[in-house]
Design a protein around this ligand. Sequence first.
Ligand SMILES: Cc1ncc(COP(=O)(O)O)c(C=O)c1O
Length: 389
Amino acid sequence: MYTSFKPIVEQELKTIEEAGLHKEERVISSRQGRTVRVGEKELLNFCANNYLGMAGSDEMVQAAKEALDKYGYGLSSVRFICGTQNVHKELEKKTAEFVGMEDAILYTSCMMANMGFFAAFLGEGDVIISDALNHASLIDGIRLCKAERAIFRHMDMGDLEAKLKEQQQKRMRCIVTDGVFSMDGDVASLKGICDLAEKYDALVVVDDSHATGFMGERGRGTHEHCGVLGRVDVITSTYGKALGGATGGFVAGPKELIALLRERSRTYLFSNSLPPAVAGASLFAIQYIENHPELREKLWENTKYFREQMQKAGFTVPESVHPIVPVMLGDAKKAKDMATAMLAEGIYVIAFSYPVVPESAARIRVQISSNHTREDLDKAVDAFVKTRG
Ligand SMILES: Cc1ncc(COP(=O)(O)O)c(C=O)c1O
């Protein structure tokens, strides 16, 4: 049967290739870390979401091994049949406490959390008002829900207010935003959003995947960074970035809402439990981060230094504080060629161009980690200068 469909699939692949949209995978043969081995080369790694350097750390490996020994490899079950162990409950409790919410529910990724969240409690008669640049997992999760959708211009509080005004007849209004947007590293205006939510009676839902563990004084997230702890209703986030980097996600919020997700959320009900080794190691990661504020301090120090050095070297780096540092180059070919030349210099960075980012906004996205040394940062800046042509 497939033979008659094969040409269709081949044509799709050709179209992707011809549009320059093919995504190449580089194969790493080491742990994820400050450096990675790719083929014969040891590269300085500037493109992982390994903000606190936990992903390849011995401590995380040890924590995962201990959970593996104690709880075994997997559960062969979803949570509500026979897939809940102590470690899952402990992680939910710890996560809720860490981000400052009443309760939390685990998913096997943040993508799954976002896909399972909206349809579980919103429906016809409700509206979801979403930032135009929200992450794909939010967009897809919202699509699975029967609530009406409205999009507000990226971080435009005037437009959000206009949308909220239009939607006052709805049963529930739900504002959804990334805490930090992954292409530009810009931080959502959570203060403005919370003010409007209170004025127009709306829920605030924040996907904090690029913030949990390091944004804010205690690393609790964008809500802590923006001074709105207690004013955001729901946080969705990942254990797959700063909190260890393997996989896993969660929704944290009011206890009734989390209880409803346990009844209705399809990606929770119809999919296996988070592997216990991941749950145990994620629990360890939160405790470790709480006890090691110096990781966050180093991350901020590194980020500030790198941003300053790049600006001094004449590169366009949009204003932000976040360790996602987009180096704006404009032209897609220039960005791609430069990323390849940087690789030859031993610096692993990735270029992004249209349609992932707007046309003529091609860039190399650098991601800083607490485990970079000053020398690593200088090497990266030097490589940018050398390859800019
Ligand atoms: C904002 C945002 N939400 C969700 C995700 C998905 O996270 P996970 O890898 O846990 O599915 C990502 C990952 O890239 C992200 O950047």
